[in-house]
Design a protein around this ligand. Structure first.
Ligand code: 5GP
Ligand code: ZN
Length: 113
């Protein structure tokens, strides 16, 4: 796990986070700057710089992100939600450790800005 990666530091407990779920593969925690009433990040514990770094060996964990993400959304009372994974600077990625945003609790416009 890269020493200087913010989300790896959260996984290691070196930076505090409001954690909602954790197992051997993934971690979910609240976004520090929520863009909706509920804004959660779900990340693999394996450091991947983004969706572009996913390989066949990560497919099980990527599916788990979505399955557990849905369970968390239901627990948070947002059965209607949006999932976002930004890949690259132009798409808005600022933290280069793959993460799935779960956003809900308000109307979501389409297309995204
Ligand atoms: P990105 O823009 O890369 O798709 O999303 C990165 C997300 O990480 C942003 O929504 C940002 O608010 C969140 N974030 C950045 N630093 C921290 C932090 O230290 N703790 C938490 N919980 N979220 C963070
Ligand atoms: Zn990392």
């Amino acid at each position: 796990m890269p020493d200087n990666c913010l989300f790896c530091k959260i996984i290691r407990g070196e930076i505090p986070a409001s954690k909602l779920y954790e197992d051997d593969d993934i971690l979910a925690f609240r976004d520090i700057a929520p863009q909706a009433p509920v804004h959660i990040l779900v990340i693999p514990k394996k450091h991947l710089r983004g969706p572009e770094a996913v390989t066949e060996e990560d497919e099980r964990v990527m599916g788990k992100l979505m399955r557990v993400g849905n369970e968390i959304a239901l627990k948070e009372s947002i059965p209607s939600y949006r999932l976002v994974c930004n890949n690259g600077v132009q798409a808005g990625q600022t933290v280069f450790h793959l993460h799935m945003h779960i956003l809900g609790g308000r109307h979501m416009a389409w297309p995204p800005g």
